[in-house]
Design a protein around this ligand. Structure first.
Ligand code: SF4
Length: 339
């Protein structure tokens, strides 16, 4: 297992609390809807994610909190992903607001729970992709894009013949296989979380008792689609051209669930057809303080025992240094790069 210490690139910025910021102040600039244009059936009765809440997003947001206009909080080079995603040039990270999971401990809660961001047009999204590529991005990194995938596909359709870098889908893992199949030919690298096996945990922290059932099927589809990881190594610089990296962040008091997930990966997925990114950075953000068992960082025992299991199972990929948990990975959500 390759060691990856992301801590060198950490930002001390954006640690300020948003508590006290009221809902109106957190609504995206430009509102939740787009200027008149042909109606999109995906948004009229939305079933893009496993919530399948059927929201008419022209009328009101669904569970994800988003209407019909893509809302971004940041679109800029990002150096804090796994080494093969950040590469030397940085990942072209496009942070979408809203979320289909909305975990109680989310470090990006300003986006996922509070809808911070600015509404843009589809054409502007295409332009952002081209600009990031021109700035030297190693890839276009779509961060939590599920609820805007029809727009992402349209934006990519417009410019992908001019993009020579991979497109990465970076998501919480709570996806419908049907939606992932629609991304075939558009996405080269999948970067899903695999957060929980236990329905009790996923219900408690993400209101999604079917999380593992949905995520496991979606990840199978991602692995089927992307195939064996295509990793370029130095001297060109370590970059992933296609493949799947499964991220798992060890949660406090949930060590056994982590071990069960590693066993599932070993048994259910074809050997060496994915990389594992084992993360130690859990920090009790947002509403975590309401759940005493997760209102702390993970202990060395918890993380090391999960890492030991990953090594025993020969699951290859990346680990985070334990010291990283003291740091802040969240970039400043200040509309950088959002027109
Ligand atoms: S993407 Fe949003 S509106 Fe659509 S089904 Fe999921 S939660 Fe509901």
């Amino acid at each position: 297992m390759t060691e990856a210490d992301f801590s060198e690139n950490l930002s001390p910025e954006e640690t300020h609390s948003q508590e006290g910021q009221n809902f109106r102040e957190c609504l995206p600039e430009g509102g939740l809807h787009r200027p008149p244009q042909p109606e999109d059936p995906d948004y009229r009765c939305c079933r893009l994610c496993p919530r399948r809440c059927g929201a008419d997003r022209y009328q009101k947001p669904g569970f994800c909190g988003m209407g019909t206009a893509p809302v971004l909080a940041r679109a800029a080079l990002h150096f804090w992903e796994e080494p093969c995603i950040s590469g030397r040039g940085g990942s072209g990270a496009v942070f979408f607001s809203g979320c289909t999971l909305r975990c109680v401990y989310c470090q990006n809660y300003r986006l996922s729970h509070q809808s911070f961001g600015k509404a843009i047009t589809n054409q502007q999204l295409s332009d952002i992709f081209l600009r990031l590529a021109a700035e030297g991005a190693e890839n276009i990194n779509l961060v939590t894009p599920t609820h805007f995938l029809p727009d992402v596909i349209r934006a990519l359709d417009r410019v992908r013949h001019r993009l020579s870098i991979p497109v990465v889908m970076n998501c919480g893992g709570y996806e419908r296989p049907e939606t992932i199949r629609r991304l075939s030919g558009y996405v080269d690298v999948y970067l899903p979380d695999l957060k929980y096996k236990s329905p009790a945990l996923s219900e408690a922290y993400s209101k999604a008792p079917d999380y593992f059932q949905q995520a496991s099927e979606a990840i199978r589809e991602m692995v089927r689609q992307a195939g064996v990881p295509d990793l370029e190594v130095p001297p060109e610089g370590e970059t992933l051209k296609k493949g799947v990296i499964i991220r798992h962040m060890v949660l406090p008091s949930a060590r056994k669930d982590s071990l069960a997930l590693l066993s599932w990966m070993k048994e259910a997925l074809p050997e060496h057809h994915f990389l594992l990114s084992l993360m130690s950075q859990y920090t009790p953000f947002y509403r975590a303080k309401e759940f005493h068992e997760i209102d702390r960082r993970v202990t060395s025992f918890e993380y090391d025992s999960v890492l030991k299991k990953a090594l025993e199972l020969d699951l290859r990929g990346y680990m985070q240094e334990r010291t990283s948990a003291q740091e802040e990975y969240t970039p400043p959500f200040d509309l950088t790069g959002v027109p």
